[in-house]
Structures are given as C-alpha cells and as structure tokens.
Unconditional design. Structure first.
Length: 322
C-alpha cells in the first residue's frame, strides 16, 4: 500500500536561537537557544527519522541509500533537498554559500541555493539580502575594512513574504523572524561578519571565512526575477513561489475544504504543515495532519487528497536534482 512517510525532525542549538520552535510549534527542543528544526533531512549533520511504514526507524539517508525506488530511482549520491524551520531570536551571521562547482572542489558536498517562506516577523524586522558593491575589488575592500553599513543591503519583511536566495547571495535572517527554508542539502556556510559576538560556550568569536566569501559572492547583486503565480486546485489556493533547477516550492492553503493533487514530473514531494488541522488521504487511508508535521510523498503515491484547514509549504526536486 502506498503511503506518506512522516518524519521526526532533528534540532540544532545556535548562538542566535530561541524558544519559538517550542512555543509556536510545540516541539520538544533541547534548550532555550534552539535555532533550527531540520524537518526533512538526509544530511549527515542531522538526518530525520522515518516514523511509519516499512522503513520506520530508518533515517532518510539510509532509505535513500538502500531503497532508491522510494524516490523513483532518482540519480545522485546524496538526497538533494533539506527543509528547515529557523527561529532567529537574534540576527544570524552575515553569510554566503558557494555554488555546486566551488563546493564540490573545496567542501566535497553540494552547493547551497535556498529560499525562505516567512512564517512570522516582528514589526520592523529586516533581512540582509544582497549588497551594494559594484565590483569584486570594492566588495573585498569593504569586507576587509569592515564597512558593513556601506556594503550590506537590508530589506523589510513580514509574514507571508518569500525570498529566493541563489548561491553567491550575501544574506542573513534578521532578529525576530521565523522562516521555513527549502534548500539544497548542504551545510557549507561562509561567514563574513558575525556582529563581533562571542560564543558563550567557547568564549571566542566564531570563525569567519573572508576570502571564501569574497571568492563566491555574486557581484554585482541582482534580485532574482520570480514569477509568483496563484491557481486553484479543488478548494485549495496554490501559490507557486519558485521553479528552479534545484527545487520548486508551493504553498497550499485550504479553509474548510478539500483538494486532490496528482503527482507531476518530479519523483517525490516534501510537505510541511505550518498551520491548521486536517488530514491527507492516500490509497483510501486517512492520516491526520496538524501544525508542525512534516512528511514525504514517495514515488508510488500518485495521488493524494487534502481536507480541512491547512497551510502547507510543499517542495519537489528540480530537474538538476533527479
């Protein structure tokens, strides 16, 4: 019988983390500075565990390695995507991620293109997104001289906003913001500025990676051209945020309704419930859904029906990922 595979997340403590992953989502978090919920992950730094079905108790990377048919026999040495929820109680470091070629050569893993759906944002909250340097020489000068106000570009954000962050984009999630992040499965981060803060555990400032940041940043910065569209599937409002070579991301919104979806070209779908209650019906079987649940619809799930009041972010691998 085909069925969705529900996943047990992994949590990571961060210098900038807080308690909203417990307060807002009810997760059992390890401390009051928990920054990241790795919800759908096969990355070795925090693989999620399958909770039901024939692979219950296995981690997602184990299923990928041993049962590739679950993913439509998708190609690749590693599961390509990673879904997180981030709680920024303080500003994250200002950082940049490499592309696939640079990461393969220097880090021996995937590059990192990512995107953020803003779950919540305090009034006046801002992201760092891009920079003002016109040349790589100017970028290097401003970074090496610590001219952050001159270099960094801030953008205001509110709940419901979506930002696409290609590799090479200088960025930082700002204080008071929660996001759902869909990204390539990579944990490579180059920090160029960390607000001069000291890690209470080590008593030292965190490592910076100035030369790698200068080498990998896109210059000049260009905002990606997103064509965000909205359609109806049954009673669901479907917002398409991005369709890239790495991943596609949608929002599915249901208000006391029902919608039936059919598998498209991609071999599997990743699903995160951000709010509400309802159910998903697969192969005649109902599975309850509530805020904070994450699951994967494997290759053999060709159709599924959602019912209830639900806010969902869903993603699929892009052409490059399978």
């Amino acid at each position: 019988m085909s069925e969705p595979y529900f996943l047990k997340p992994v949590f990571h403590e961060k210098i900038w983390g807080g308690t909203k992953l417990h307060d807002d989502f009810g997760y059992d978090i390890p401390s009051d500075h928990t920054g990241e919920c790795w919800a759908i992950s096969a990355h070795p730094h925090g693989p999620a565990t399958v909770e039901n079905g024939p692979y219950a108790g296995m981690t997602l990377d184990q299923v990928w390695a041993q049962h590739r048919d679950v993913f439509g026999n998708a190609k690749g040495d590693v599961f390509p995507l990673l879904t997180k929820i981030l709680d920024a109680s303080e500003d994250l470091s200002v950082q940049v991620h490499p592309d696939d070629a640079y990461a393969a050569e220097h880090e021996h893993e995937l590059g990192k293109t990512e995107c953020w759906y803003v779950i919540a944002a305090e009034p006046g909250a801002t992201m760092i997104y891009g920079h003002h340097a016109k040349t790589r020489e100017q970028l290097a000068e401003w970074i090496n001289n610590g001219e952050w106000e001159k270099l960094l570009r801030r953008v205001p954000v509110k709940a419901g906003d979506f930002l696409y962050v290609p590799s090479g984009t200088i960025h930082a999630v700002g204080k008071g913001i929660m996001v759902l992040e869909t990204q390539q499965s990579s944990d490579t981060t180059y920090r160029l500025y960390d607000w001069d803060r000291v890690d209470k555990t080590t008593g030292k400032k965190r490592e910076l990676h100035l030369q790698q940041s200068i080498d990998t940043t896109n210059v000049p910065h260009h905002d990606p051209d997103l064509n965000i569209t909205t359609t109806q599937v049954g009673d669901a409002t479907v917002t398409t945020y991005v369709q890239s070579p790495f991943f596609s991301v949608w929002q599915w919104r249901l208000t006391n309704g029902q919608a039936t979806f059919n598998r498209g070209k991609a071999p599997y779908t990743l699903v995160s419930v951000l709010d509400g209650d309802g159910k998903i019906t697969v192969d005649g079987q109902d599975y309850p859904l509530h805020k904070g649940v994450h699951f994967m619809l494997p290759y053999d799930v060709k159709q599924w029906t959602l019912s209830g009041d639900l806010q969902i972010i869903a993603s699929e691998p892009g052409d490059k990922a399978y």
